[in-house]
Design a protein around this ligand. Structure first.
Ligand code: DAH
Length: 376
């Protein structure tokens, strides 16, 4: 039996008396040769590792052969030790070398598999823009900031005190009905209309005018304030109505404020937002919290006042409500109505957008259709 083969295949004794050092050196060389041979077939890191353990591991062949060293005659030990070390070094180097090759092969395979075609055109990222409503709201803010106004923010959820009562709305005002306001707690008795109980009922604000009250409670005149924000009404969405839309409330309270100040301010605003060539008109109207009150129209930008389908042949388009702050509202907020006067206004942001861009249907502003939105 060839002792080197025995050695390679396992545990069998390699060095036998009689074979002498010849057999040990053969065994060593045989291990080296077989490692070299095995390396050719080691095509994975795992196979290589198995080969390494088999030769160099604690229970590996070379380790076993090294242990035999003690059993050979002392005079032969140095030469045999040298040979053993040389074999071990060769085996280690060969394995390391093969490992480098395998690593390289794997890397190039990986690179080939993950290759990117750098000549392909990149995917263009579409840059977002602000929604048209946000743009217009900010434009309105800029105009009033330029006049020295403060921009305030208020709650979406209000009590009836802030939304109606403090604003001088009588207890039987139709806008208080649950048909015209979203009450947060539905207090309707079985099968009946909801009840509106008192000033602490909670609703989604139907107008930003409640912010007049909040602001006057917290600030003393002089007040020059606008408050942009969303309001809610139980309207079915159609071309001219949305159940949720945006207003910009304005409030001025100071000594000696007159209707002339209101008109000068709102004329300036309409020219800034619609252009210098647009005329305004002030139509008497009623709002509980202002006296006198009016609605402001701007001349139709399509027919320039001649009358067309867009302005329903009137030549005018309504853009906001306004008036002189009712003394009752000032008093409700602890402001001396003998000393101070003021004016207020409420601008519909969607309305401004619709009139400026001739939008045929307000729902377009809610739908998020990119073909529409990208135009602004
Ligand atoms: N709050 C009113 C509405 O929603 C708009 C309005 C009218 C606001 C007159 C005002 C004002 O401040 O003075 O219809």
């Amino acid at each position: 039996m060839n002792p080197s083969l025995c050695c390679w295949h396992g545990t069998v004794f390699c060095f036998r008396k009689g074979f002498g050092t010849m057999a040990l050196s053969d065994d060593l060389k045989a291990v080296e040769a077989q490692v070299q041979e095995g390396l050719k077939g080691a095509t994975s890191i795992q196979a290589l590792e198995e080969l390494r353990i088999k030769a160099l591991g604690k229970k590996g062949q070379l380790t076993a052969l090294m242990r035999m060293m003690g059993k050979i005659p002392p005079e032969e030990r140095p030469a045999m030790g040298q040979l053993a070390n040389a074999v071990r070094a060769n085996v280690e180097t060969a394995i390391k070398q093969r490992k480098l090759e395998l690593d390289k092969e794997m890397l190039s395979k990986k690179m080939a598999a993950e290759a990117a075609d750098v000549t392909l055109p990149g995917r263009s990222l579409s840059l977002g823009t602000q929604h048209l409503i946000t743009q217009i709201r900010e434009e309105i803010e800029d105009i009033f900031c330029g006049l020295g106004y403060i921009v305030a923010d208020g709650p979406y959820v209000e009590t009836t005190w802030y939304n109606f009562t403090a604003l001088n709305a009588p207890a039987d005002h139709p806008s208080r009905s649950a048909r015209d306001s979203f009450y947060v707690v539905d207090n309707a008795p079985e099968g009946k209309e909801p009840l509106v109980l008192g000033d602490s009922d909670v609703l989604l604000r139907t107008q930003t005018s409640g912010m007049q009250v909040h602001f006057m409670e917290q600030n003393k005149p002089p007040i020059y304030m606008i408050c942009p924000g969303t309001v809610f009404r139980p309207d079915t969405a159609d071309a001219n109505h949305l159940p949720q839309f945006n207003q910009v409330e304005g409030l001025v309270v100071d000594e000696g404020i007159t209707f002339g100040d209101l008109k000068g301010t709102l004329d300036y605003f309409t020219r800034e937002i619609f252009g210098k060539d647009r005329a305004t008109r002030y139509r008497p109207h009623f709002f509980p919290f202002t006296e006198p009150s009016c609605e402001v129209d701007v001349s139709c930008g399509v027919c320039h006042g001649e009358g067309c389908r867009f302005c329903k042949n009137t030549g005018w388009l309504e853009i906001l409500g306004c008036g002189m702050v009712d003394p009752n509202v000032l008093e409700n907020c602890g402001i001396d109505s003998e000393k101070y006067t003021g004016f207020a206004f409420g601008i519909g942001v969607e309305r401004v957008a619709a009139l400026r861009y001739d939008l045929p249907d307000l729902r377009m502003l809610m739908e998020g259709d990119m073909r529409f939105l990208r135009q602004f």
